[in-house]
Design a protein around this ligand. Structure first.
Ligand code: NAP
Length: 479
């Protein structure tokens, strides 16, 4: 059992009234931890602490800020197994994946520590000889970060590391289902020397109440959110009253286009990596597979063979590749999508059922064929281990089908034809395109979506810009 209080102003303190809530293992339903359940007053106290810490932190040199981030990185790597195990217990993903996420999460901390030293300004040629024009980059101020459960570590560091590197201070509300990983990361940040108030952690079972306090407070200058498009829109509306800066990483509906010239084995390998990571619960998961007619039967057969061989079970068991879904609602959504598809004529090639013998929240990795565009699996984010295969004929048709969605986060294609890859890549209305690559995310590249998949970018130098204000200074030289 892990237990965490709120981290406010460098101190662990109980929530108002001593309230707490428990955290369950999605694989077993067993309670694995307990955390403080913050009230609106606690949320306000966190903002006060971050506000007090801001001017001191912003005035530190980039090198000083980087030093603390590097120590945090080292501690995350030294505790990688412990963080991974904590993550698997509260989120369900297989241990090997959790371990991979710890490295990915730590990469942001290291990369933004390095990048802190490269926040360059600019000089601009003036129109008058007696003037000098400068551009300064300065931290935006107090940042509120709200994160989801599917990447309990990386979604925190992808926001917090650039914010802190830029000189901002942060208040974080992690997902209710995965607050333990957040607590452990915060503990390591303190050990790394993070000064009081620079990073504050507020766990709560009432996210709307916490967000309301933060969004109404004019001292909070930025909200950065990862989660569903619906909640993202709510937050964006609320942020308007104090004209906060807003970064949103929202839902996806990723298409994966596989052309006739593709190497089927390699394409299946990348589709598997993209689709079945975290049991299909990622925003960049291939949600819709479009396969050109010439290789559709072979592709579907090879994919089904590989999917059938996936080992499902508790994430803590050796060799498990697919863990449970996060909660009952998630399993119900997958069931609804599959039964809708079947009722409209889809064929289950493999899977298609809940695996009750494993536990209530396990769903069999599934491949659907004879899929049509009006099925829910092709129109909404399934967020589960279901791969629907839809056949297409021409390149033009594939592009049109891929873009036919309100989302625009990630898209993928498999082809050996460079000219085709270039044409298609340029026309896909997506923030991330994987060409013969099912796992494109890395700390040094921009991550984010077009359309209703979000606003702004995380990762890479673009991720740093999100936490910086641009200040133009015109200096008149006196005679
Ligand atoms: P969610 O329900 O939107 O929750 C995300 C966060 O928002 C959680 O911390 C949640 O708190 C909080 N929240 C919920 N309702 C809120 C409200 N009314 N006001 C303020 N905060 C609120 O999303 P999720 O189910 O956790 O995550 C899955 C979604 O995230 C999927 O759509 C996925 O595609 C998206 N996602 C996007 C990216 C990306 O980078 N684009 C990455 C990962 C996930 P509670 O936990 O307490 O409910």
């Amino acid at each position: 059992m892990r237990r965490y209080d709120l981290l406010i102003g460098g101190e662990w303190r109980q929530a108002e009234g001593g309230r707490t809530f428990t955290v369950d293992d999605p694989a077993t339903g067993e309670t694995v931890g307990e955390v403080a359940d913050a009230s609106p007053a606690d949320a306000a106290a966190a903002v006060a602490a971050a506000t007090e810490a801001f001017p001191v932190w912003a005035a530190k040199t980039a090198k000083e800020r980087a030093r603390i981030l590097f120590r945090w990185y080292d501690l995350m790597m030294a505790h990688a197994d412990e963080i991974a195990e904590c993550m698997t217990r509260e989120q369900g993903k297989p241990l090997a994946e959790a371990r991979g996420e710890v490295e990915y999460a730590a990469d942001f901390v290291q990369w933004f520590g390095e990048e802190a030293k490269r926040v360059y300004g600019e000089t601009i040629p003036a129109s008058h000889p007696h003037k000098r024009l400068l551009v300064l980059k300065q931290p935006v101020g107090v940042v509120a970060a709200i994160t989801p459960w599917n990447f309990p570590a990386a979604m925190i560091t992808r926001k917090v590391a650039p914010a802190i590197a830029a000189g901002c201070t942060v208040v974080i509300k992690p997902a209710e289902q995965t607050p333990l990983t957040a607590g452990l990361l915060a503990e390591l940040a303190l050990e790394a020397g993070m000064p009081p108030g620079v990073m504050n952690l507020v766990t709560s079972s009432d996210p709307a109440a916490i967000a309301k306090v933060w969004l109404e407070d004019e001292r909070v200058r930025k909200i950065t959110f990862t989660g569903s498009t619906e909640v993202g829109k709510l937050l964006m509306r609320q942020a308007a009253d104090t004209v906060k800066r807003v970064s949103l990483e929202l839902g996806g509906q990723a298409p994966f286009l596989i052309f006739d010239d593709a190497d089927v084995d390699a394409a299946v390998r990348e589709v598997m990596a993209s689709k079945f990571r975290n049991a299909g619960q990622t925003c960049v998961c291939a949600n819709r597979l479009y396969v050109q007619r010439g290789i559709a039967d072979e592709f579907t057969r090879v994919l089904a063979e590989r999917v059938q061989a996936l080992r499902v079970g508790r994430g803590t068991e050796e060799g498990v590749q697919i863990g449970p879904l996060i909660d009952e609602q998630a399993v119900a959504k997958v069931e609804r999508h599959v039964s809708d598809a079947v009722s409209k004529g889809a064929r289950i090639v493999t899977g298609g059922t809940r695996l009750t013998q494993q536990g209530a929240r396990f769903y069999a990795p599934t491949v659907l064929a004879d899929v049509r565009d009006d099925m829910l699996v092709m129109r909404e984010e399934t967020f589960g281990p279901v791969a629907p295969v839809r056949v297409f004929d021409t390149e033009e048709e594939a592009i049109e089908l891929a873009n036919r969605t309100r989302y625009g986060l990630a898209a993928y294609m498999f082809t050996r034809d460079l000219s085709r890859a270039t044409r298609v890549m340029e026309r896909l209305e997506y923030g991330i395109v994987g060409v013969n690559d099912g796992l494109p995310s890395v700390a040094q590249a921009p991550f984010g979506g077009f359309k209703e998949s979000g606003l702004g970018r995380e990762g890479g130098r673009y991720g740093m810009e999100e936490f910086l204000e641009v200040k133009y200074v015109s200096i008149g030289l006196l005679p």
